[in-house]
Design a protein around this ligand. Structure first.
Ligand code: NAP
Length: 347
């Protein structure tokens, strides 16, 4: 690739010389061409040896896969696990090198974060704490009025306040080595559809927080990146499917008078449909995280999506709201829901 770019640059120079017959003009073209070529040159990646990375939520999913990949690359990995004796942590222990340490880390608890910090400080390799990957997260689904405020708080506690708590705690260590902060966001930060509000609000918060933080950290040479995966629910444990009865039993009586079990089943079918959609490889996402950690020039955002997801995001960001509303409301499941609600209210 870089060879081809150099060839083009040389041809442009020769072309300018031929067309304008002026050596001076061709010489003037050299600095901008060198600059353009330098942009296309991949700078040397960061050396992993002697550097540490702390990842939250390594029991399963992206965090688990990433911990193994970073260990394989030679990073000193601190793998935060909600259940340090659970199967996820055990598999990391048995499959990774002695450079990987499991930390009990519930990101909603000040004491866990404080203890994790003490452990990391006491066990840092020579080059220090290079990266913090704020990966831990939970997902819940259900219409706004099916949830109470505690459900919203629980999602924000893990996905948003948990990431901010970790970040606040580890800024000094990461800043010391001009390292990296990585936040797991989601396409949900762009696509706001029904029955996802508990999750969507937390990912919008992560996007906003990391935008402010990225600009603040520039002056210290610390880089902040956001990873925005599409639907990888078939590849991780994030989406838990409840039964109709379980959902129904949690609803209050006034809500039960508006929604029916059939309506809930419709949503469950939708969730199962999302989960069974084309299986995807979690390494698409973990490779993006690794690039954000290792590249000498990481991007602010890594959108890891299919073409269909890219089109929907484009629509949600650039099209007028009346258009996107009409798009989501015209979907078959939404129309069926309308019919069920109408019949429930009329009965
Ligand atoms: N999968 C997707 O389609 C998708 C798409 C976009 C964004 N994401 C984001 O990617 C991140 C990782 O999710 P994933 O899909 O890999 O799901 P996952 O398999 O459920 O992994 C999430 C991890 O976070 C842990 N966790 C939950 N509550 C925690 C807490 N209070 N403190 C510390 N750890 C906690 C979980 O532990 P347990 O296993 O014990 O619950 C689990 O290890 C999340 O931030 C998620 O929002 C996922």
């Amino acid at each position: 690739m870089s060879g081809a770019v150099w060839m083009c640059a040389v041809f442009l120079l020769l072309g300018a010389l031929y067309l304008f017959g002026s050596v001076g003009f061709a010489v003037c073209l050299i600095p901008p061409l060198v600059w353009i070529v330098s942009l296309t040159q991949p700078a040397a990646p960061v050396n992993c040896k002697g550097r540490a990375v702390l990842i939250t939520g390594c029991d399963s999913g992206f965090g688990h896969v990433l911990a193994k990949q970073l260990d394989g690359l030679g990073f000193r990995v601190f793998a935060g696990c909600l259940s340090p004796d659970g199967p996820g942590a055990q598999s990391l222990k048995s499959e990774c090198s002695s450079q990987l340490s499991i930390l009990k880390l519930n990101v909603t608890l000040d004491e866990d974060v404080e203890k994790a910090k003490e452990f990391v400080e006491a066990n840092l390799p020579g080059e220090g704490l290079w990266g913090l990957v704020n990966n831990a997260g939970i997902f819940g689904w259900g219409e706004v009025e099916w949830n109470n405020i505690k459900v919203y708080q629980r999602h924000a506690d893990v996905n948003l306040w948990g990431s901010i708590r970790m970040t606040l705690s580890f800024i000094p260590l990461v800043r010391q080595c001009k390292g990296r902060f990585i936040f797991l966001s989601s396409t949900s930060a762009y696509i706001h559809t029904p029955a996802c509000s508990t999750y969507v609000i937390t990912k919008c918060g992560i996007e906003a927080f990391s935008d402010c933080f990225r600009l603040e950290m520039k002056k210290f040479g610390v880089k902040v990146s956001v990873i925005e995966p599409g639907n990888y629910t078939s590849a991780t444990n994030i989406l838990k499917v409840q039964t109709t009865e379980e959902v129904w039993n949690e609803l209050s009586d006034p809500v039960k008078r508006v929604y029916s079990k059939e309506y809930i089943q419709l949503l469950i079918d939708k969730v199962q449909n999302i989960m069974s959609s084309k299986s995807r490889n979690p390494t698409d996402v973990t490779n993006a995280i690794m690039e954000a950690l290792i590249s000498s020039n990481p991007k602010a955002r890594y959108l890891v999506v299919s073409m269909a997801e890219r089109v929907i995001i484009f629509m949600c960001v650039h099209f007028p709201t009346w258009f996107t509303d009409a798009f989501f409301c015209s979907r078959r499941a939404y129309c069926k829901q309308n019919v069920l609600i109408a019949s429930q209210i009329n009965n």
